[in-house]
Design a protein around this ligand. Structure first.
Ligand code: ZN
Ligand code: ZN
Length: 257
């Protein structure tokens, strides 16, 4: 991932609230198409321009053809707010985030999510590296907002269940690790839509944190079809189980490892 600056030159009479709102709308459209990552975008005024600092999955992330229709509209609206089209400066590689997948078109994908990972939830199955969302058609609507909002909910629950003093005892963990929770049903729907669209398998990564039966955890069956799904070798030192029938991967519960 790359740290970059977007410079919005002031080219006509404007006011702070009008300019701020136009920039906010544009950045939001970029977020919901996976073109910028994270939630916080420090933006400041510098004499004749506004500057926002952003994280990009790759240097070409803001190329015009990667914009959603929402993004194109927000880009055009900058002019009405007295701002020029943004100028991009790549500042360098982000040391705190992972690398985007090098493949042109991965032959299989994982839909994988954990708290703290702001990158795309779609990973190349070969490299276990995130694939930017703007490379895919939206699963609904004009951009990837629905999938990113799902990711935010997953991460919020994951963050809660990682705390020692949880405010939601089992609720958060159950949502994450039960195949038929509302969260995972939605997640698997996204995976199925992407699979159909891309014509490649998309494996939903089912989280497994705790188990009431650690002795038999390694022999557990696929929660979808009840078949044996244990892999001889774990994938990416992460997934011990894979079901090609149900398009699922999972791990031996962390508590039992
Ligand atoms: Zn790859
Ligand atoms: Zn299965």
């Amino acid at each position: 991932m790359f740290v970059a600056e977007l410079k919005f030159g002031i080219i006509a009479d404007t006011s702070y609230p009008v300019a701020e709102q136009a920039i906010r709308n544009y950045l939001e459209a970029l977020i919901f198409n996976g073109q910028i990552l994270g939630r916080e975008f420090p933006t400041y005024l510098q004499q004749d321009c506004f500057i926002s600092r952003v994280i990009l999955p790759e240097t070409a992330a803001l190329a015009s053809h990667h914009h959603s229709t929402v993004g194109q509209r927000a880009l055009m609206a900058l002019g009405d707010a007295g701002l020029a089209f943004p100028k991009l400066t790549i500042l360098g590689q982000d040391l705190m985030s992972n690398h985007t997948d090098p493949c042109q078109s991965p032959s299989a994908l994982f839909l994988y999510c954990r708290f703290g990972l702001m990158n795309s939830v779609l990973y190349c199955a070969e490299h276990f590296a995130p694939v930017p969302l703007y490379r895919f058609s939206p699963t609904s609507g004009e951009d990837h907002q629905a999938l990113i909002r799902w990711q935010l909910q997953f991460q919020a629950l994951d963050e809660i269940q990682m705390q020692e003093q949880r405010v939601l005892q089992k609720t958060a963990e159950n949502s994450l690790q039960q195949l038929h929770s509302s969260l995972n049903r939605q997640g698997r729907k996204f995976a199925a839509k992407i699979a159909k669209q891309q014509q490649v398998p998309v494996y939903f990564a089912l989280y497994s944190g705790s188990s009431a039966h650690c002795a038999t955890e390694v022999d557990k069956c696929c929660p979808g079809c009840g078949q044996d799904w244990r892999l001889k070798e774990p994938l990416h030192q992460m997934f011990d189980f894979q079901c090609k029938h149900c398009n699922l991967v999972s791990n031996i519960a962390w508590q039992c490892q």
